[in-house]
Structures are given as structure tokens and as C-alpha cells.
Design a protein around this ligand. Sequence first.
Ligand code: NAD
Length: 247
Amino acid sequence: MAGRLAGKVVIITGAANGQGRAAAELFAAEGARLVLSDLDRPRLEEAAERARTVGAEVTVHLGDLTREDVNRELVNAAVKRYGRLDVMYNNAGRGRFAPIHEAALEDWHFTLENELTIVFLGCKYALGVMLKSGSGSIINTASVSGLYGVVGHGVHAATKAGVIGLTRQIAVEYGPKGIRANALAPSRVDFGEGTRSQVHATGLDEYPLGRYATPLDCVRAALFLASDESSFITGQTLIVDGGRSAR
Ligand SMILES: NC(=O)c1ccc[n+]([C@@H]2O[C@H](COP(=O)([O-])OP(=O)(O)OC[C@H]3O[C@@H](n4cnc5c(N)ncnc54)[C@H](O)[C@@H]3O)[C@@H](O)[C@H]2O)c1
């Protein structure tokens, strides 16, 4: 298939819902060969079917990505089906948004596991394969709350700052091996009615562009980082916040 990702083998984590689901559709249309992973089986199967309708090759992988063996299996699934891995899009995540003085230690551990450990493990196993081919692009979804304070984001801010630090470190250590790593930092994403996102609302007047991000806004930025169009960009955090951080 032709397109901006023609022939590239891409893993998208958290592909059952939200941004990951939008990425599956967009990347499929751009010619990627996909491995879609999540723990939400019915929604994941649906996302895979949608990606197949545009002619993409799609493998589905189910599991809890906070587990090391599940990440190993995921990367092995890509190599088994396609023989390589070009792009690792570590998008999956779920956090708890209690104010810090009210957050239980269990909330801290849960958020750390599901937002930072999950990215570390995805990177670890992707790097193992990318080192063999001497190329690859890693995209780690952070958040603007990893860059500036957002009222109510609590421990989530610490984990997303960790994602950004980890991404920079990978860029520096693995750039000489041909591997790029960049972070994506969306502000609040608006999924429309009936969605699962529980992100704390921020006044629209804080956004120069006058609206929240859509999933497509975020995954178009991810598409750029996945493609060779960003071939000299690594270690960066691409902010998708409608200009909020420019104020
Ligand atoms: N929604 C927002 O406003 C917003 C803003 C900034 C950053 N983000 C980040 O964007 C990323 C995507 O989130 P989203 O907004 O699309 O939310 P979402 O809840 O719609 O999708 C997240 C997906 O990740 C999956 N997932 C979560 N934990 C998992 C685990 N342990 N193993 C396997 N799959 C798991 C979920 O099942 C879900 O399908 C996350 O990293 C999130 O922190 C979201």
C-alpha cells in the first residue's frame, strides 16, 4: 500500500479506544502494517476490523501491558508476522487523578505502573528488535501535565514527566544506533459524548485555538513522528495543546 507509512511495521498500544483507535485507522490508511494491542478485547477487535477495511494487514494482541511477559510477546508477535519492527507507539495508559494530598499510595503505584512502567517495558522490548535492524522510531505518549502544572492532575503529572525523561534518554543513548524517540504531549482530548476519558476539565479560554484536542489532532502528530518526514527529529516533545503552553 502507498502512503506516508508505506510498508512500515507499527505497534500501537492502547489501540482499542481513544487516540490509539484513531491512530490505527489513520496509520492503516497511510500504508502501515499493524500490530494493535490492548486489554479491551471487544473494542480491540472492532478497531482491527476498521483498519482492515482500508486494506491494512493487522495483527491483534491482547494483554495487560504493565506485565513484562506481555510486552515481550507483543514485540515477538510483530517480528513473527512481519519479520521486523519500524515504529513503536507507546500510547496505552490510564491514571488516577486525585489531588496529591488525597491520593492513596495505591493510586500512586497504579498510575506509575499504567503510565510509566508500561512505556518503559514497551521501549525495552522494541529497542531489542530495533537494535538488530539499526533503525526505528519510538513515540511515547506523555501529556502537557508532564511539562506544566494542571490543577487536579496529581500523580499523573509525575508519571508523564517520567515518560518525557525516559524518551530523551533513549534518544541520546540509541540515536547512534539509528533509533529515534520522541514524546507526544497532548492537552485535554475531547472524545465527544459517552467516552471513557476522565481528564480534569480546563477552561476553554485557556486555549488560543478555542477548543480541546481531538484524537485526530494527536495522532496526526504521531503520524509525523512515525514517518520518515521526521527523520532528523529525536529526543523532542511535540506539544499538541492548541497553543495553551504559549500563553
Ligand atoms: N484523554 C486525554 O485528555 C489525554 C491527554 C493527554 C494525554 N493522554 C494520554 O494519551 C494516551 C491515550 O489515552 P486516551 O486519551 O486515548 O484514553 P483511552 O482511555 O480512550 O485509551 C487508552 C487505552 O489504553 C488501554 N490501556 C490502558 N492501560 C492498559 C494496560 N495496562 N494494558 C493494555 N492496555 C491498556 C485502554 O484499555 C484503552 O483502550 C494515554 O497515555 C493518556 O495518558 C490523554
